[in-house]
Design a protein around this ligand. Structure first.
Ligand code: UDP
Ligand code: LCN
Length: 798
């Protein structure tokens, strides 16, 4: 980590430093971002009369500027928010006349920014600071360990059991006795009250089991074991039960991390899971592409299938005849636009015991809200929703679930409310945190408030992140970014929403609650185009008609004049952030690009009258304008229909077979399921360098990165590849093959489900062992909810 900046670093280059500071002031803005600082320094260095700025490029000042994420400026001060290493922050201020440099704490830095936007609450503004609650909790030390919280926690847990042998072991015993399912006690009977008794019981049980055949069933050994106080759940056969009991004995001897993890992997803890995903149209058909309805739906439907399978495998292995259950809870929308989102209860295809439960939003007076509500506007309904969900789930499940998984800001908040009430392990999945998508949306929150209500969303995020027992992220960058860019979670560490509150310490990405567990793409639907036997050739006529046939008014626009050219394909919701019109513009303005390929876009609706979402309508209109302006009618096909899953899967392969490419041009993409869907289909993929795709794709190996900020360069990069592939077809094959390989190695639901189940056990155990220690945080969050979130949310309700 580089040393902090000092006046001595600046003195020898005073002229250049002053020249740079003048340039920064002349920009006339009070907040400057990293790239702007860096661009100004470089521009100065290139100038003839650059006052020696070239030398400045070699100094520590340049190093610091390169790592400064943001600077706040008002004469005579320049405040710097520096990120000297991944996830590490340092704040300082530089006097622009004397060149004195001094460190400041985050609070002072944020207060300075508040004054820049005309807010000054003196010493008594509301400050949120969770650091004092974390004093005794373990923290990772190395930034490279971020996202591997479970490994760290297992180590800590075992050393804690060991250090604090008496109390630690007692907790373990209590934990083993606490497991019940459907009224039946599992693992150990309550009669075993002390560790010496447990040791004695284990010795006797092991002796007994050694004299039995390893494949004798639980039922056969049950009478003898139950007489000793051993209950069901250690395994289905005498051999496995013996193994599990030996593991427990090892932990009692020496709770090494590997032993503890192996033991926890065998504890039957999770029989029922509740998954919360309130916003959007959550359904199994005809929903993808509707507003707020994309990857999260796909993710959850794939996730529950994989999870159910894994839960069933574990339950069987432990000798239990219990059918695990999963309930996905979403919002019931009476005006369901031809989907099944008006149905209360629905079985999930491909599962045995997983259902969707839909619960409506209600107004203050208790009336059901009939229409779709944007994810930005739903805050006033969530508390009532949580209440109704609680009631309905009690009726459906009769017992509390063993694990609750929240999704996105709204689902995570509802998960928090329910877990607080139920005392159940809470897992959060962000999918996408809006804060990093909208630049400076915290500082200038008031300007966006009418449209986006970020005040509610960021407050909900802070509460839910801190309440969660563990958090799953799809990539490392989602948590802690990379060398140059802060992570999505990291952006909640300290920030201010002037006039509302200042967050000195919101969330710490070194907290072991963070884990990277990446999603996959359904292998039944998405597979390489060369797997001919599995291809759905019967869909070919439909695809040809969809892509090459006459456009049908209201659902598609444009028709390829030369259908032999390769297809550049993109598919996304028509959200501004997805930048689909951006891609159309790159294409429209780059002649070579237009010569090399046709452009196929599946996004939103073609008729603005079909959309109830203001952002989507604006995007639709922009698409039409661009097609007109650049005269694209004969080179583009824009389709505004929702494809059935099999058709979507086959479409990727159909395009790959014709040696096309996929482009994901988003201004920011949290993860990007389309990216892995395209890659596993064998389509060379160009995806945004902002967000998850930067990590999914290794540039020029398993695909390519494109920069939406530099559309021209991105268009050239895609065009160059297409042109090269015309003469060197093996180049296309190389990227195609390596894309498939990358997804197969890293992004599969099987890996996902195993890991999620392990996490659930370890964090469930951790919660049990440390529950009391977290009470303070919980009380603080409850107060924050009641005093801050609730009034903000209520103010939105008409
Ligand atoms: N999708 C679709 N039709 C559309 C738009 C999207 O089927 O018109 C699917 C796409 O195949 C992918 C998901 O929706 O499975 C989008 O997920 P992604 O993570 O790419 O983006 P999100 O919409 O979640 O931001
Ligand atoms: C939401 C997003 O915006 C995408 O980037 C993700 O892939 C999707 O959710 C699934 O997590």
């Amino acid at each position: 980590m580089i040393e902090p900046l000092s006046k001595e670093d600046l003195q020898p280059h005073r002229d250049a430093v002053y020249a740079l500071l003048r340039r920064l002031r002349d920009l006339g803005r009070s907040i400057l971002l990293r790239t702007e600082l860096w661009d100004e320094l470089n521009a100065l260095a290139r100038q003839e009369d650059g006052a020696g700025a070239e030398e400045l490029l070699e100094t520590r000042f340049a190093d610091v500027l390169e790592r400064t994420q943001e600077a706040a400026l008002t004469h005579p001060w320049l405040y710097l928010a520096e990120r000297p290493a991944v996830a590490r922050w340092r704040f300082s201020r530089l006097h622009m006349e004397t060149l004195d440099v001094e460190p400041v704490d985050p609070s002072e830095y944020l207060a300075f920014k508040e004054r820049l936007v005309g807010e000054d609450e003196g010493d008594w503004g509301l400050e949120v600071d969770l650091r004092p609650f974390e004093r005794d909790l373990p923290k990772l030390r190395e930034s490279r360990s971020i996202g591997r919280g479970v490994e760290y926690l297992s180590r800590r847990l075992s050393s804690r059991l060991f250090q604090d042998e008496g109390a630690g072991m007692e907790r373990l015993l209590e934990f083993l006795r606490v497991h019940h399912v459907r009224g039946r006690q599992l693992l150990l009977s309550d009669e075993i009250e002390t560790i010496p008794e447990l040791r004695r019981t284990l010795r006797k049980a092991e002796g007994l089991l050694e004299s039995r055949e390893p494949d004798e069933t639980w039922e056969e050994v049950k009478p003898d074991l139950e007489a000793l106080g051993i209950r069901q759940g250690w395994g289905g056969t005498a051999g496995r039960i013996l193994d599990s009991l030996a593991l427990l004995r090892d932990v009692l001897e020496a709770p090494a991390p590997a032993n503890l993890e192996a033991l926890l992997a065998r504890i039957p803890m999770i029989f029922s899971v509740v998954i919360l995903t309130p916003h959007g149209f959550f359904g199994q058909d005809d929903v993808l592409g509707l507003p707020d309805t994309g990857g999260q739906v796909v993710y959850i439907l794939d996730q529950v299938r994989a999870l159910e399978k894994e839960m069933r495998r574990l339950v069987r292995e432990q000798g239990l005849e219990i059918e695990p259950r999963i309930v996905v809870v979403t919002r019931l929308i009476p005006d369901c636009r031809g989907t099944r989102c008006d149905q209360r209860w629905e079985a999930v295809a491909g599962t045995r015991n997983t259902h969707i439960l839909r619960v409506p939003f209600r107004s203050k007076k208790g009336e059901i809200i009939p229409h779709w509500i944007s994810r930005f506007d739903l805050w006033p309904y969530l508390e009532r929703f949580a209440h109704d969900v609680d009631r309905e789930l009690r009726a459906e499940l009769s017992v509390r679930p063993d694990l609750v998984i929240g999704n996105y800001s709204d689902g995570n908040l509802v998960a928090t409310l329910l877990c607080n009430r139920w005392g159940v392990t809470q897992c959060n999945i962000a999918h996408a945190l809006e804060k990093t998508k909208y630049l400076l949306s915290d500082l200038y929150w008031k300007e966006n408030e009418a449209e986006y209500h970020f005040s509610c969303q960021y407050t909900a995020d802070l509460i839910a992140m801190n309440a969660a027992d563990f958090i799953i992220a799809s990539t490392y960058q989602e948590i802690a970014g990379n060398e140059t860019t802060a992570g999505q979670y990291e952006s909640y560490r300290s920030f201010t929403m002037p006039g509302l509150y200042r967050v000195n310490h919101g969330i710490d990405v070194f907290d072991p609650k963070f884990n990277i567990v990446s999603p996959g793409a359904d292998p039944e639907i998405y597979f390489p185009y060369w797997e001919k036997d599995r291809r759905l050739k019967n869909l070919e006529p439909e695809i040809e008609e969809l892509v090459l046939g006459n456009p049908s008014p209201g659902t598609s626009r444009g028709r390829f004049e030369d259908s032999d050219k390769p297809i550049v394909f993109s598919m996304a919701r028509l959200d501004e952030i997805k930048n689909i019109p951006g891609l159309v513009e790159w294409y429209g303005t780059t002649d070579r690009f237009r010569e090399e390929a046709n452009l196929l876009v599946i996004a939103g609706s073609v008729d603005p009258a079909d959309s109830q979402d203001r952002e989507e309508r604006a995007q639709i209109e922009r698409m039409h304008r661009l097609i007109d302006e650049h005269d694209l009618e004969r080179q583009i096909r824009w389709i505004g229909v929702r494809l059935e899953k099999n058709l979507a899967g086959e479409l990727y392969r159909w395009i790959a077979e014709r040696r096309g490419v996929f482009v994901q041009p988003a201004l920011f993409e949290a993860f990007g399921l389309t990216v892995i869907e395209a890659m596993i289909s064998g389509l060379p993929t160009f995806a945004t360098r902002y967000g998850g795709p930067l990590e999914i794709i290794q540039d020029d190996v398993s695909g390519f990165h494109v920069d939406p900020v530099h559309g021209g360069a991105s268009a050239e990069k895609i065009t160059d590849f297409l042109a090269r592939c015309r003469t060197e077809p093996e180049e296309w094959d190389r990227i195609s093959r390596q894309g498939v390989q990358r997804v197969e190695e890293r992004y599969t639901w099987k890996l996902y489900a195993r890991r999620l189940m392990t996490l659930s056990r370890v964090y469930g155990f951790w919660k049990f062992v440390t529950d009391l220690e977290r009470q303070e945080t919980r009380r603080y969050l409850e107060m924050f909810y009641a005093l801050q979130f609730r009034p903000l949310a209520r103010a939105l309700e008409e």
